[in-house]
Each structure stands twice: as structure tokens, then as C-alpha cells.
Design a protein around this ligand. Sequence first.
Ligand SMILES: *Cc1c(COP(=O)(O)O)cnc(C)c1O
Length: 400
Amino acid sequence: MSLSQGVSYLAIPGPSVLPERVLRAMVQPSPNIYEGKLPDITASLVPDLKRLAGTEGHLAMYISNGHGLWEASLANTMSRGDKVLVLVTGRFGFGWEEMARGMGLDAEIINFGEHETIDPARLRARLAQDKEHEIAAVLTVHVDTSTGLRSAVPPLRAVLDELSHPALLMLDAIASFGCDRIEMDAWGVDVLLAASQKGLMAPPGMGFVWFNDRADARREHADCATRYWDWRPRAKPELFYEYWDGTAPTHQLFALREAVNMIQEEGLPHVWQRHEILARAVWAAVECWGKSGDIALNVADANQRSHAVTSIRMGGGAATKLRKWCEHQAGLTLGIGLGRHPEEDYLRVGHMGHVNAHMILGALGTMEAGLTALGIPHGRGGAAAAGDVISTALRAPCPD
Ligand SMILES: *Cc1c(COP(=O)(O)O)cnc(C)c1O
């Protein structure tokens, strides 16, 4: 017996749920790539994506997933042998570090573990030793998707400024863009990364690198730069094909235009607030389950938790058992315990992008039913506690 028929919910932290509107926008014949609708859509997205990032800087777009953006950001700013300092709060920080090493850079790590965000004091201590300013960039993952940790960025900029350290501040916002507040210029971020398949609600395959003049000045001497990854022609194209250095990703652009329309119609502050409320609903359920069971949120401090993805520990392999039950019995696909040990003890709930109250409450009710069906000890009433979070939030006055 399975009750998985009907509309399924892919609650993994990317790719996220594609809205019907986005799917419909893609159902059309191939467009002319030289003039007409496609160049117009591309040109219209550039200022919109800058606004969403909170920047007046430049934007380079790539036909790429997130891994490619790690390479693009370094290729345009670094020379072989340059040193980068990677602030790690989970698997994705290590991914950027591996990319840096693969490009011939000297990558040093400060590992903050899997349960706490970046401590600016440790960054300060390391940079204070760097009298010769050998560290060319500080690489930071805003939300590490493997742990659900969300680090505060302005305190990192404050450390660099206080020490007058010239390192670039680069931010991987691939998991948080379109979910959590991001203000590139106000936060003093020099290079920002986001991809299409998470909060931007489009299929994977497009990546975005925003950069300011300070970062672009490094491009002059960056010997890691290669023609395809060069951000300059993409940011200031003279001909349309230069945006993508070749054929534009036609249907991805139709999708993204519609997704950005949806974000603009809702309003970015409301998008951020919706993600926060839905995240708090998830946390309330998990806290309730953990009252009498080996179940816990990966991040103890609510201020350090992502609003886009929640990592949950369920001891004794219960996480994998529950994940399989939800998928096969109930049509809910949860994220694996990526990069965690033992992986069977962790799962992740993706609540990024096109998600609303009934999807989250449905997911949590399903998880609770699965815990009961599998005989996994847990405190009861988790889904009801999540419902209380949502009903309370909806009684509060609307934000503008
Ligand atoms: C998803 C993700 C990536 C990698 O993106 P891919 O498209 O899988 O290459 C990198 N960083 C973070 C924080 C992510 O969430």
C-alpha cells in the first residue's frame, strides 16, 4: 500500500519546486537568438537581478551550475599561487576550497564545524597575522546547504575594514538567494554567487556572479583568467552572444524571467518573511519531536539557521528510514544527509522558493505520520506546533 499518488513535493535543497507559471513559460518553440524576445528578456533580467542582489555593481551570467561559479569567481580575480582563506561551515565550503586548489591556488581553511556559524573573532585573529597581506580573498558560504548554517556577513566585512585588509570578500549565496536577506553593497561583499535552481525557482543550468569595481580591478592581473570564464565581456557585452559567450540558454531564460516576475510581484521583503515563517514552522515541529526521541535540529541557535533548508539529526539511522518512507508512501522527497557522518542519521528539508504554508504543514504532517508508522520514538504534536507558528504569524500585521 502506498499513498504517494497526487502532486509530489520535492523538498530537497535544490533543485527546488518549479512553479506552474515557470513551467508554462518554457513551453514554446525555440526563439531566434539574434533579435526579438530573447535578447529583450536577457537585457531586462540584468537590472532585475542586480536589484535582487542589492547591488549597483556588475553582473556576469553563465551557462553553469554552482560549481562553475566557484571557478568563475576565482578565475577572474586570482593568479596561480595566490592564497585564499576559506571559512567552512559544511560540505560546500570544502567544495569551494577543492575548486581553488584545483586551479593552483593556495587554499587555507578555517573550519567552524557543523553546528556553529563563522566566528568573526577567529577570522580577525588569522587576518591580523597576515601582515604582508598574502591572503587575496576570504571565501564564505552564506548558507551551507549541508548543515543549514547561516552566517552573518556584515561582521566579516567589519573585520576586514578594521584591519584595513585588502582581501576580497566573496560570498556563495547559492542556497540563500531569493530566500534569505542578501544586500551585497550594504554588506560590503565584493563578489556574490547565485544559481538558478534554488530560491530563483528555475531549472539548474544558469549561474550568476555579481562583482564590484574593486573585484574587477583584480581581473587586470588575474592569470587564472581564461577566455570562457572571463566576466568582462559578459558584464558589458557589445553583441548579444557575449552575454553567454555563445548560444543563450533559451528556455532557461523564459523560466527565469517568469520566476523573477513572481518574486517582484510578491515583493522581496515578503519573500524573505515567508521563508522565515515557514522555516520557524519546521523548527517548531522538530523541537516537539525531539522532546521524547533522539531527534534534533542540527543548529541549536535559531539565529544561525538558514530559512531555506533545515538539517535534522535522527539517531540510529532513523533519518534515512523516514526519508524513504516519506518518498515511497507519501509522495514527499526529503534531502539526504549530504556530507554528514553517519549519513543515515541526517536528513534535510528544503523549504526554498515556491513553497507555502500548506506544503510545509503537509510535509511536516507526513513526516510525523512516518515517525509513528516506523515506530521511531518522538514527541507528539509536531505538526500542530508548526500550525501554531503559522497561524500566529498570519495574525500579525502585514509587512509592506
Ligand atoms: C547547491 C549549492 C552549490 C552547488 O551548486 P551546483 O549547482 O550543485 O553546482 C554550491 N553552494 C551552495 C551553498 C549550494 O547550496
